[in-house]
Ligand binder design. Structure first.
Ligand SMILES: [Ca+2]
Length: 225
């Protein structure tokens, strides 16, 4: 036991200054590696946030974007005017802004179902319009009303059409498809309203009547060109 203790003391005494120096060097290296690692992590996070998280839009970039949008709108308008001019000159349907079976009027395309599709319930006709990137017509002024009435009278020859107007959300509160109140665009009223009549159809002469949404009828879709 005494001999073993003696050997341990001797080994401790044999540690040289060089050993102590190596130990200090190792500790310094570890500290340096920790510092380098932390700096690398910080730099990486800063770079990520700068590039991807919170990069405020620059005024110049916004201005350039607005100018590009304006030019695109001007270009689109010129394209439409050119196609209309070609259509009026050539009467070639390939120059039409609307799909086959649709009618162009004042920057919009209209689909009158009469003669082209079987009559549908109001909800079904609305779904048809949605499938064709349109909605049941929202009539916004007397000129548009006159256009639709003219088609009803001279082309489709139907007594009424489903349009995008209903009070199915709240009885008596008639809203156009876009959420506007019934009189938002024109001073019109819906006749014959009742609890079981929540969908509006357009009659000859421009009148709007409440009807049973489950009734079958022709309809008119509308979409922008
Ligand atoms: Ca009603």
């Amino acid at each position: 036991m005494a001999a073993s203790q003696r050997r341990s003391e001797e080994e401790t005494e044999r540690q040289t200054p060089a050993d102590e120096g190596n130990c200090q060097t190792l500790q310094s290296t570890r500290r340096l590696l920790v510092v380098i690692g932390a700096l690398t992590l910080f730099t990486g996070l800063t770079l990520f946030c700068t590039l991807f998280v919170s990069r405020p839009a620059e005024p110049e970039a916004l201005q350039t974007c607005d100018e590009s949008r304006t030019k695109r709108q001007e270009c689109e308008k010129q394209r439409q005017d050119l196609r209309l001019m070609l259509l009026s000159v050539t009467q070639d349907s390939r120059c039409s802004l609307c799909p086959d079976g649709w009618r162009w009027w004042r920057h919009h395309c209209y689909f009158f179902s009469s003669g082209l599709q079987e009559n549908l319930r109001w909800n079904e006709s609305a779904e048809f319009c949605l499938k064709h990137k349109s909605s049941l017509a929202v009539i916004k002024d007397s000129a548009e009303m006159d256009f639709i009435q003219g088609v009803m009278r001279n082309v489709s020859r139907v007594p009424f059409l489903w349009v995008g107007l209903s009070d199915s959300e709240q009885e008596g509160q008639w809203l156009w498809w876009d959420g506007a109140d019934v009189q938002h665009y024109m001073p019109v009223t819906v006749e014959w309203d009742a609890d079981h009549r929540d969908c509006a159809d357009l009659r000859g002469g421009g009148g709007l009547s409440a009807a049973d949404c489950e009734a079958f009828g022709p309809w008119v879709c509308k979409r922008e060109t």
